[in-house]
Design a protein around this ligand. Structure first.
Ligand code: ADP
Ligand code: GLC
Length: 472
């Protein structure tokens, strides 16, 4: 099949979160299954220089935005057997380092959507499946639907929700810039809603774990989309994300202190823990290290730590290492912990692949008490690196981490159900008890490292889905 993947970020070109990991690995997994794969991204300033340099201008055209015609540069490169297209427009993306959060996101992703349609025309409509990702691409199936161009309607569309909390909601004043007719398909609550447009007008909707596909049909998780999703539950499916184990491999990872695998993980973990402590100027090699690598947003649930981690630090029961950026309040909170317990808390606010990998390799536990979690890739990486995930059992966390049961000595991490500090506190106590029972602790680690969340199984499910829609 000829499959076009479309989204706003993908490794190794540019990454702010898990979406980039998925768009950097799922297309490759489909390519390995013998399909012809194309990936389309905006040529944002944040795209790594060394890839920008490789791009070749293939075609130029224009698309209508408001009353003007905006330039579209279609630049391309070959990468690992796939064609990667970058949509070039200096004004919308070229000089903008931010992928999201600019004042005109609605206009620029509206522009991107029209540019993608222009690219499909440039490909002479020779496409079987358009696989769209998140709100930034939500307008595309709507444009196709209202287009007079019949050939566009032969292309089947799959819209994947990676995070329903981000919907691309804009004032109706945006309408003239979108160059499409207004209709209830793109309107929600008096506003323009890109995500709704994707959900309502794509042929099929998926999300990134089976549990999240269920959850988003209820108000607590659905952020207003629950009714619409329930209505189309026959064409809604949760497909678990995988990760690329060629990249996330403790045996070969060039960024970690010492490589290790299942047969020598005890020594490997110990050496990496020492290196990690040193990196953060911490010294206690016997206390467990709880690591965090995360966007610091409400979604991730770290506010649950407030009031319950302090007594554990005070009693010198654990160390905490945090890598992340986001909410200033959360950063201040973690800073206050470091001020109070400088010998037990390590912080780095920012984005660093190297530090992230060293936390995955060197920590004993990995904290992810998410309020909601569509899939989560961090816990999958932690499992593979022999670091026990401590998770709230929601969404993909529920689907990927089996909570430790001390009576049956089973499980691959620690989990709790209710979004409450008390439950997290109990789970931290259980983690500390497990840490002191080295035999069981190591067994849980080994089980985690043996888990397989490679793309193989999920890529096959996507393939079957594409076929059922009429792809060859
Ligand atoms: P989300 O997409 O909601 O942020 P995921 O768990 O799906 O959560 O994916 C997050 C990805 O981003 C993981 O690969 C994680 O290692 C990475 N990541 C998050 N924050 C940072 C950071 N500050 N530095 C480096 N990598 C990070
Ligand atoms: C989103 C979600 C995360 C998921 C990622 C990739 O960012 O927050 O849970 O793993 O997308 O699908």
């Amino acid at each position: 099949m000829k499959i076009l993947f479309i989204g706003s970020e993908a490794t190794p070109f540019v990454k702010t979160g898990g979406l980039a990991d998925v768009l950097g690995s799922l297309p490759k997994a489909m390519e390995k299954r013998g399909h012809e794969i194309t990936l389309i991204l905006p040529k944002n300033k944040a795209i790594k220089e060394k890839y920008q340099e490789k791009l070749i201008l293939e075609h130029t055209t224009k698309v209508p935005i408001a009353k003007k015609k905006e330039f579209v540069g279609i630049e391309s490169m070959r990468h690992e057997g796939m064609t990667i297209y970058f949509i070039d427009n200096e004004y919308y993306f070229g000089y903008r380092p931010n992928l999201y959060g600019d004042y005109d996101d609605g206009e620029r992703y509206g522009y991107f959507s029209h540019a993608v349609i222009a690219l499909i025309k440039h490909l002479n409509y020779d496409v079987d499946i358009l696989h769209l990702h998140d709100w930034q691409t939500g307008l595309i199936p709507y444009i196709m639907k209202v287009s007079k161009e019949k050939r566009l309607r032969h292309i089947h569309t799959v819209f994947t929700i990676h995070n329903i909390a981000y919907q691309g909601i804009f004032d109706k004043q945006l309408m003239p810039y979108l160059s499409v007719p207004f209709s209830e398909e793109i309107e929600y609550d008096g506003m323009i809603n890109f995500l709704k447009s994707g959900i309502v007008t794509a042929d099929y909707v998926t999300t990134v774990s089976p549990a999240y596909a269920e959850e988003i049909q209820y108000a607590y998780f659905g952020y207003g989309m629950e009714g619409i999703l329930k209505d189309r539950k026959d064409t809604l499916k949760g497909i678990m994300n995988g990760i690329n184990y060629e990249d996330f491999n403790s045996k070969t990872d060039p960024l970690i202190h010492k490589n290790y695998h299942l047969h020598n993980y005890l020594k490997g973990k110990e050496a990496n823990k020492q290196a990690l402590l040193k990196m953060f100027h911490l010294e206690n090699e016997t206390l467990p290290v709880f690591g965090i690598v995360s966007r610091l947003t409400e979604q991730k649930g770290f506010t649950l730590l407030k009031g319950i981690i302090e007594p554990l630090l005070k009693a010198k029961k654990l160390q905490l290492i945090v890598l992340g950026s986001g909410d200033k309040d959360l950063q201040h909170y973690f800073e206050s912990l470091r001020r109070a317990y400088p010998e037990l808390v390590g912080l780095y606010f920012g984005y660093s692949e190297k530090i992230a990998r060293n936390i995955y390799a060197g920590a004993d536990f990995f904290l992810m008490p998410s309020r909601f979690e569509p899939c989560g890739l961090s816990q999958l990486i932690a499992l593979k690196y022999g670091t026990l995930p401590v998770v709230r059992q929601t969404g993909g966390l529920k689907d990927s981490v089996e909570p430790y049961n001390k009576f049956t000595n089973s499980g691959t991490g620690l989990g709790f159900l209710n979004f409450s500090s008390e439950d997290l506190a109990r789970t931290l106590d259980a983690a500390l008890a497990l840490f002191n029972n080295k035999r069981n602790f190591n067994q849980v680690r080994r089980r985690g490292m043996q888990e397989d969340f490679s793309w193989e199984a999920s890529a096959k499910i996507y393939e079957e889905l594409y076929q059922s829609l009429g792809g060859e």
